[in-house]
Ligand binder design. Structure first.
Ligand code: PLP
Length: 382
């Protein structure tokens, strides 16, 4: 079956994997061991990876902090501000109702602890309003956290406008760029932000590693404290032995993305046209969730009217591997909170599937398998 679920996890690039295997074989050593060559060698590999991540994002190496992935980066970025918030009596946070759970659940916990939170809902186009967010900023506002690309709909959020406005203020701006890193490369390079999260496995790197980017303003990093206690790795922001091969895999994936993203994006956009054509020609009644003009090139979230998404996915498993949204929610088959926030009616939510793909997939094969899937869908219309 063709893999059309890269937004939940993308396949590792063979070149990244081979590079990592060499490091697992020969690169062992603790990057913080200072008394022998094994440590020195590991440290060199880690610092090379740090430079590669920094180059993709057009930031300095010293602004990259390795973590176990975007969930951890998001937690550190947000919870890590507590001490500063208390000291400066700034307890107001602004975020959106369509963030990943790693943001929403973290911020909801902080709300229980006394933070005041504004959760901004998107419009029917799937995008939040920059104006609305900026309009909520007040003197106690500590932090604004908005994702770049939504993982379920692919809708690009107005982080550019928000970042520009906030750069004139002392409010910290965090961007969850998990779905855009390595894809919307120029947009990220030009973005104004204080903190940014990413996960390696969404850009064809390994699972279990990611980065938190902390931008220096006037030579100082955002006032973040680590949320675990331990060694001084990553300046104490993320203590624990650095997983050298994983970090190297992230670096290599960033290096490859920086060179290949234009071609990759082009191929993904081509495949989107093919998939849209298949939908159009199928004769099925369908509707795209969110404004297609604001959607990233590798994602479609579509309502196939009168067809149960769950039944369709199970019936067509052998053709296409797709999902109905976030992998974190599929266990319970709960209707998507993202689509709910966009005021998609419940029957349409239950008929919505998310298709997401990478650049190296065989587009002819995808076309064939997707057509078969749509044929099955026709039989499921009630
Ligand atoms: N943020 C977004 C937007 C995501 O799509 C994901 C993963 O689905 C995450 C954060 C969490 O990433 P990870 O599971 O690698 O920690």
């Amino acid at each position: 079956s063709v893999y059309l679920d890269v937004n939940s996890s993308a396949p590792i690039d063979e070149r990244v994997l081979e590079f990592m295997i060499e490091i697992y074989k020969d690169g062992y050593g603790n990057a913080d061991s200072r008394t022998h060559n094994y440590g020195d060698n590991a440290r060199k590999i880690v610092e090379n990876a740090r430079r590669q991540v920094a180059e993709l994002l057009n930031v300095e190496s010293g602004e990259i902090f390795f973590t176990s992935g975007a969930t951890e980066s998001n937690n550190i970025a947000i919870q890590g501000m507590k001490a500063y918030a208390k000291k400066n009596k700034r307890n107001h946070i602004i975020t959106t109702t369509i963030e990943h759970k790693a943001i929403l659940e973290t911020i909801k916990e902080m709300e229980k602890e006394g933070f005041e939170v504004d959760f901004v809902a998107p419009g029917e186009d799937g995008s939040v309003s920059a104006e609305e967010i900026i309009g909520l900023v007040r003197k106690e506002t500590l932090l604004v956290s908005v994702m770049h690309v939504n993982n379920e709909t692919g809708i690009i959020q107005p982080v550019k406008e928000i970042g520009k406005e906030l750069s004139e203020t002392d409010v910290f701006f965090h961007v969850d760029a998990t779905q855009s890193a390595g894809k919307l490369v120029e947009e990220l390079q030009e973005l104004d932000y204080d903190m940014l999260s990413l996960s390696a496995h969404k850009l064809n790197g390994p699972q279990g590693v990611g980065a938190l980017v902390l931008r220096k303003q006037n030579y100082t990093l955002p006032p973040i404290k680590g949320i675990m206690y331990g060694g001084q790795q990553e300046h104490g922001i993320r203590p624990g032995t650095i997983p050298v091969a994983l970090v190297a895999g992230l670096g290599e994936a960033c290096k490859i993305a920086a060179v290949e993203y234009i071609g990759n994006n082009g191929r993904c956009a081509e495949l989107k046209k093919i998939l849209m054509n298949c939908l159009e020609e199928s004769g099925l009644e369908y509707k795209i969730n969110g404004d297609p003009e604001k959607c990233i090139h590798n994602t479609i979230n579509v309502v196939i009217s009168g067809v149960s998404a769950e039944a369709l996915m199970l019936a067509t498993k052998e053709y296409c591997s797709i999902s109905n949204g976030s992998a974190c929610n599929t266990k319970s088959y709960e209707p998507s909170y993202v689509l709910k926030a966009m005021k998609v009616p419940i029957d349409e939510i239950e008929s919505s599937i998310r298709i997401s793909w990478g650049p190296n997939i065989d587009s002819r094969k995808v076309e064939k398998q997707f057509k078969k899937t749509l044929e099955v869908a026709k039989g499921l219309v009630f």
